[in-house]
Design a protein around this ligand. Sequence first.
Ligand SMILES: [Zn+2]
Length: 316
Amino acid sequence: MSPPSATISPATTPQHDPNSEDPNKPIDTPTKLPRPKLRFHINDLRHPGSNAFITLVPNLPSTVDNTLAAIIEHLYNPPRPPKHDEACTPITSKAPTPTFIPSVPATRSVTVFLRDIDGVAYTTGTELDDDHKEIHISLQYILTAMKLSNPRAEIVGVLTHELVHCYQHTAPRQSGDSVPSPPGGLIEGIADFVRLKAGFIPPHWKRPSCAKERAEKWDQGYQHTAFFLEWLEDVRIGRGAIGMLNDRLLRVGYMGEESEHGSTSFWEELFGLGIKGLWDEYGKHLDKHGKMPTDRHSGNWEDEIATPSEWLPQNA
Ligand SMILES: [Zn+2]
């Protein structure tokens, strides 16, 4: 087991040959922001949640653009090679810094629906074309959020989570059933990882301060997996780690959660250690160092109404 390090040092280096690009249409540069067609559909203008949303998010295109910038920053920003004078870089490290060529999903439109639905929100692709996404937000939930000390942060946080679903990878394109799907908890964890990084931590999230307070499983999803991914990126691996993970889901898919018959697992390929080992190290880190800052009070809200298995086929 290698010690915690701020440098990415996986067993293999997932460098990508531009000539072997997949059918996904990559965006030219890592910094170019997507510009999907935006649509806004209010299903019930007389519902008090409609007015509340418009008051909280008066400029939806601008809010979406800020969120897209956060998604690009945290999922499509390849690691930069470490400089030798950086304190966090082990002098003895000769491992090449892995990188990737960002390939942002070619999502052509995003339609935000405010509807009288149960739960919080969910995202789907449209029936005709998965490049067109729909984000459905519960009008009733908007009213629930109004009772918080910072309702705007909550609503923008929900929007951020859902927009990540419009712009994250889960499998190679056109792979059909040939590549295993990642656990729904990983997909939800990546969405909440970006939400966390964007600074929209909801009041009910509870950051674990020791191994016992971790979720039972690494792929419990939502904030539980998000805090684990945050540790991977900020402590164990280094900036760009979750971007690498997201990219690998596109290039290779979720191949081999555990090593089998001498093959290297998805996690070992990426980070040089299997998922059980990483989860273990995360627990040890928590026991040794306690929680990282920005904890909030707990709450008891429901999360999304869509289960991962419901939206996976439409978004994969
Ligand atoms: Zn979700």
